[in-house]
Design a protein around this ligand. Structure first.
Ligand code: GAR
Length: 208
């Protein structure tokens, strides 16, 4: 049974999807053992508590720079004996220290089809604003391994979602979550926990 530690910063609907998937048996081979938030008062912490999952807060604002913050998060992950780290709406960038400590053991859900609308500055609602500005007809979500390149690690699963006339960023965000993120994140977690993902030449191969 792998220890899954989930990193959050906000509302935590992706965390909820993971909790629900764990309860319904969609996730096998692993268990969410801890939720760590970069912000005090994040609603995601409530979701964890309501489900008996231990929580920790490591406030980004208490650290002077990315390096000292990354060290604090990495130390917490080692203490928690994390086998898999899931960035689920985690809005803080960490540096290579944690990538070295947990190579191809961290995954992130991003609300677009990478390599579109990704990288530094593309997070949350802003991603959907940019997709609407560009006039794309399809967007979606991506689950990928976290490396030192922001949103640049091996892609594990992607799912496309239609953009419709009259969409606002909020409406599009909700559709992308419902039709893509909340499905592909638990799927990717379960695949990892069952040793079904291999990285070959910088690409993730999902074994069937
Ligand atoms: C989600 O759409 C997630 O993909 C996105 O923020 C939202 C968090 O929602 N993450 C990023 O943009 C990271 N680059 P949640 O807290 O309800 O899961």
């Amino acid at each position: 049974m792998k220890n899954i530690v989930v990193l959050v910063s906000g509302g935590g609907t992706n965390l909820q999807a993971l909790i629900d998937a764990q309860k319904s048996g969609i996730i096998t081979g692993g268990k969410i053992t801890c939720v760590i938030s970069s912000k005090e008062g994040a609603y995601a912490l409530e979701r964890a508590k309501q489900n008996g999952i231990s929580t920790r807060v490591i406030p980004r604002k208490d650290y002077a720079d990315v390096s000292s913050y990354t060290k604090a998060v990495t130390d917490a992950m080692l203490e928690e004996k994390a086998d898999l780290i899931v960035y689920a709406g985690f809005m803080t960038i960490l540096d290579e220290q944690i990538v070295k400590a947990f190579p191809y053991k961290m995954m992130n859900v991003h609300p677009a089809l990478i390599p579109s609308f990704c990288g530094k500055g593309y997070y949350g609602l802003h991603v959907h604003e940019e997709a609407l500005k560009a006039g794309v007809k399809l967007t979606g979500a991506t689950v990928h391994f976290v490396t030192e390149v922001c949103d640049g690690g091996p892609i594990i699963i992607q799912k496309a979602v239609e953009v419709k006339n009259g969409d606002t960023p909020e409406i599009l965000q909700r559709r992308v979550m419902e039709q893509a993120e909340w499905n592909i994140l638990p799927q990717a977690v379960s695949l990892f926990c069952n040793d079904k993902i291999e990285v070959v030449d910088g690409k993730a191969i999902v074994k069937d």
